[in-house]
Design a protein around this ligand. Structure first.
Ligand SMILES: *Cc1c(COP(=O)(O)O)cnc(C)c1O
Length: 241
């Protein structure tokens, strides 16, 4: 099957899913007395191939997130996905920065000064300012990536020295266990931390974005101030992967 020969049912199912998710985003924004325009949907396409990703794009979900750099590189090279705006949401190794940087509009997962430095050097070489978020571990789970509050503060102190990187905000993932209540606590922690460190950091850094919330907890995240939600599974409901 050619990438632009998608079965009708696929486009139908995915556009229904996108509409349903967008409606829920709007509902959650309204309930929190927030503007729906202030919550951006990143469709996480890591579960599916090029054809399904293209259906997501055709359904109006232009911002696509991948967690593995290699998969992002492959998809970004596909003509049927040429209009996508790519987000790297997973762990980035330093040796993959050079190839990733020109393809993405936002890296959600910077969690060390070494990585920030490598991104800065590569951005300088291609005469760009790289947009990144700093990933924070708000759940305390050991297996999760992300900075502690203290390390975040230290990184923000040295960040102004990296002038080819623009730090736009923070990202986190809620604990796997504990349901909505724990997720809400994790998300609130990120927002309060942002409010706290945002006051102290250099005037060139504006930590406006809060990337938090996935399929199972995005409404809670919106209530706690998410400006970007990263949703995968719900968008592919009813699709064979
Ligand atoms: C996979 C993934 C998501 C999407 O998760 P769903 O539960 O499928 O919506 C969001 N963020 C990150 C970092 C991910 O790896």
């Amino acid at each position: 099957m050619l990438p632009d020969e998608r079965p009708v049912y696929l486009d139908q199912q995915i556009s229904d899913n996108v509409a349903r998710v967008q409606q829920r985003i709007a509902g959650a924004a309204e309930a929190a007395a927030r503007r729906v325009e202030d919550v951006q949907l990143v469709g996480v396409s890591k579960y599916v191939g090029v054809v399904e990703s293209a259906a997501l794009l055709a359904a109006g979900c232009v911002d696509l997130g991948e967690s593995r750099p290699q998969q992002l590189w492959d998809k970004a090279g596909e003509s049927s996905l040429a209009t996508a705006q790519w987000h790297l949401i997973g762990h980035l190794q330093r040796n993959k920065v050079r190839r990733t940087l020109p393809l993405v509009q936002l890296i959600h997962s910077v969690d060390s000064e070494r990585l920030l430095k490598t991104i800065d050097e590569n951005a300088r070489q291609i005469d760009r300012k790289a947009r990144v978020l700093l990933e924070v571990n708000c759940s305390g789970e050991k297996e999760k990536h992300g900075l502690s509050a203290d390390k975040l503060k230290r990184l923000l102190e040295v960040a102004p020295g990296y002038d080819h990187v623009s730090i736009c905000g923070l990202m986190t993932m809620a604990a796997r266990q504990g349901g909505e209540r724990t997720a809400a606590e994790n998300f609130r922690k990120l927002r309060l931390l942002r409010d706290e460190v945002g006051k102290d950091c250099s005037s060139e850094i504006s930590l406006e974005e809060l990337s938090m919330g996935m399929s199972r907890d995005f409404e809670v995240a919106i209530r706690e101030g998410a400006t970007i939600v990263r949703i995968g599974s719900l968008l592919f409901d009813g699709i064979e992967k």
